[in-house]
Design a protein around this ligand. Structure first.
Ligand code: 48F
Length: 269
C-alpha cells in the first residue's frame, strides 16, 4: 500500500486545492478575455453551429461557439422521437466524410448514430481551432448605427439566466455573429424586438414538409444584416420555411454555407 505523505501535492507552499482553483480561474479568465475580441461568434452548438465552426476555424479565423447548455449537439441527441438514429440525404455525404462520420446507406438515406454525430461535429470543430464555451447564454447583441451593423453579443452564465438574478452581462466583440440557435432564432428575435429600424421580422417556421424544408433552408442561409448571419433552423424561423424533422442534410449544409459566406465577406473588409 502506498501512503502519500501529507503535502505530497503541495507546491510553492500552497495546498493542492488552492492550486486547482487558481489554475481554473486563471486559465478560464484568460480564455474569456480572449473571447472578448474575435472574428466569429456562433450562438448555439447544434449541428449548423458546429459545422460552421469547423469550416471557419480551419481557415484560421478566431471562432467561439457560445452554448447555453452544459453539452453540445442541440437537437441531435434526441434522434427521431428518441429513436437513436438520424438521417441525412446523399447531398450530405461529403460533409459526413469531412467529419470522419460512419454511416449506413439505407435506400437513398444515410443513417448516422446521434452520439457519433454530436461527438464528431464537436471534435472536428475543436481540432480545427474553434473554442466551444458551454453554460453561456447570449442575451443581447451589440450594435452600431449609420450604417447599422451587429458587432458582437452580450452574454451571461446560463446559471444566472436560469436563476433570474439581475446581473449585467459581459460583452464579446466579433466581426460576425451567427444565430445558430435553432427554432428559437434567439438572436434574430432580439434584433426584431430591440432594433425596429432593422425591419427584421421572425415569423417562425412552418409545419412539416421535410423534402422542401431541408433544401430551402440551405438556399436561404446567409447574411441577415451587416455582421449578422443565420444558419440552421434559425434561417427557417426567419424566412417562415417548413420544418423538416430529424433529417440533418439541411442543417450541416447550412452550417457550411454560412461559413463560406462569412469567409467571403470578411475577406472584403
Ligand atoms: O436546435 P439546434 O440543434 O439548432 P440547429 O443547428 O439544428 C436544428 C436541429 O437540431 C433540429 C431540426 C432540423 O433537423 O429541426 O431541431 O438549427 O441547436 C441550437 C443550440 O443553440 C442553443 C441551444 O441550447 C442549442 O444547443 N441556444 C439557443 N439559444 C441560445 C443558445 C442562447 N441564447 N445562447 C446560447 N445558446
Amino acid at each position: 500500500m502506498i501512503f502519500l505523505e501529507q503535502g505530497a501535492f503541495e507546491m510553492s507552499g500552497e495546498p493542492f486545492e488552492t492550486r486547482i482553483t487558481r489554475v481554473i480561474v486563471s486559465t478560464a479568465s484568460k480564455e474569456l478575455s480572449s473571447a472578448a475580441h474575435s472574428d466569429v461568434i456562433i450562438v448555439g452548438a447544434g449541428p449548423s453551429g458546429l459545422t460552421a465552426a469547423k469550416y471557419l476555424a480551419e481557415k484560421g479565423l478566431k471562432v467561439y461557439v457560445f452554448e447555453r447548455r452544459l453539452t453540445f449537439g442541440g437537437g441531435i441527441g434526441g434522434g427521431g422521437m428518441l429513436f437513436p438514429k438520424i438521417v441525412a440525404s446523399k447531398e450530405a455525404e461529403d460533409i459526413l466524410k469531412d467529419f470522419n462520420m460512419k454511416y449506413r446507406v439505407v435506400d437513398d438515406l444515410l443513417v448516422v448514430n446521434p452520439a457519433e454525430f454530436m461527438a464528431k461535429l464537436a471534435t472536428k470543430a475543436i481540432d480545427a481551432g474553434a473554442k466551444i464555451i458551454n453554460g453561456i447564454h447570449v442575451e443581447d447583441i451589440i450594435f452600431r448605427n449609420d450604417p447599422l451593423r451587429i458587432t458582437g453579443v452580450a452574454a451571461i452564465w446560463s446559471a444566472i439566466e436560469l436563476s433570474s438574478l439581475h446581473v449585467d452581462p459581459l460583452f464579446f466583440y466579433s466581426k460576425a455573429v451567427v444565430d445558430a440557435t435553432g427554432h428559437d432564432a434567439y438572436v434574430l428575435k432580439v434584433v426584431e424586438r430591440k432594433l425596429p429600424e432593422s425591419k427584421i421580422k421572425v415569423p417562425g417556421d412552418k409545419p412539416v414538409y421535410s423534402e422542401v424544408g431541408d433544401k430551402v433552408v440551405v438556399e436561404r442561409t446567409g447574411r441577415i444584416l451587416p455582421g449578422l448571419y443565420a444558419a440552421g433552423m434559425a434561417v427557417a424561423a426567419f424566412y417562415g420555411l417548413p420544418r423538416m424533422g430529424p433529417i440533418f442534410t439541411g442543417m450541416i449544409l447550412s452550417g457550411k454555407k454560412v461559413a463560406e459566406t462569412i469567409i467571403n465577406d470578411l475577406n472584403k473588409i
